[in-house]
Design a protein around this ligand. Structure first.
Ligand SMILES: Nc1nc2c(ncn2[C@H]2C[C@H](O)[C@@H](COP(=O)(O)OP(=O)(O)OP(=O)(O)O)O2)c(=O)[nH]1
Length: 199
């Protein structure tokens, strides 16, 4: 039986290896392209509003270069006690971030946006709540030595050794890694993408 054709080329507007790994798991043919956008947003925006705005901005930026394609963009922030955390720029910043998360519960929000040919846009925001164990400073330093903090909002990898930080997780685990796969699959199915194509 002939595979149902995809409604058009699919791009993941991302430089994130974590997002690529999650998309690879779906088995859909797609290409990645860096969004190359300014990620500044108005300071008064909530974390939820910020990740929604940036996911749209990233998807639209790549879609402008490929107007006949479908483009998926995403953005993620950690929110803890009213403060938002992005990716740490160095080990000291990662130590400070984890210092706020250890022994507390935080939220990780990911906005996703799918833009189709003609600019039709659908989007979703997903939140996962994580509670971390408190750690003595020496154990925190050993976690920092793993280097898992690099490139990760919140300075941890939930699928790596960072699992040992986790006392509780409420919500979608893939959302923590960078793409909430339940909403992503819903948006792709609504757009007409067919899964499980025969080679
Ligand atoms: N592998 C892994 N990555 C994580 C985890 N938590 C957060 N991240 C990564 C996923 C994203 O790459 C990054 C969130 O930062 P952004 O949303 O700004 O995306 P990023 O700049 O990395 O890539 P992009 O804007 O999509 O090109 O943090 C985790 O637990 N595991």
């Amino acid at each position: 039986m002939k595979n149902p054709g995809p409604p058009g080329d699919l791009f993941l507007a991302s430089t994130s290896s974590a997002r690529k790994a999650l998309m690879d798991g779906l088995g859909l043919p797609y290409r990645t392209e860096a969004p190359g956008v300014d990620e500044h947003v108005p300071a008064q925006l909530s974390a939820l509003e910020a990740v929604a705005m940036l996911a749209v901005r990233k998807a639209r930026a790549v879609h402008e270069r490929h107007p006949d394609a479908w483009v998926l963009g995403a953005d993620q922030l950690v929110e803890v006690e009213g403060t938002t955390l992005g990716k740490p720029h160095d080990r000291d910043a990662a130590r400070a971030q984890l210092g706020r998360l250890l022994g507390h519960t935080h939220a990780i929000h990911t906005g996703v946006c799918l833009v189709g040919p003609g600019g039709h846009l659908t989007q979703a925001v997903e939140t996962t709540h994580l509670t971390f164990f408190p750690l003595p400073p020496e154990e925190l330093e050993r976690y920092l030595d793993t280097g898992e903090w690099e490139g990760c909002a919140g300075s941890y990898r939930v699928e790596g050794q960072g699992q040992a930080l986790l006392a509780k997780l409420e919500g979608d685990r893939t959302n923590v890694q960078g793409l909430p796969m339940l909403p992503v699959v819903r948006l792709l199915r609504q757009a007409g993408f067919a899964f499980f194509a025969r080679p």
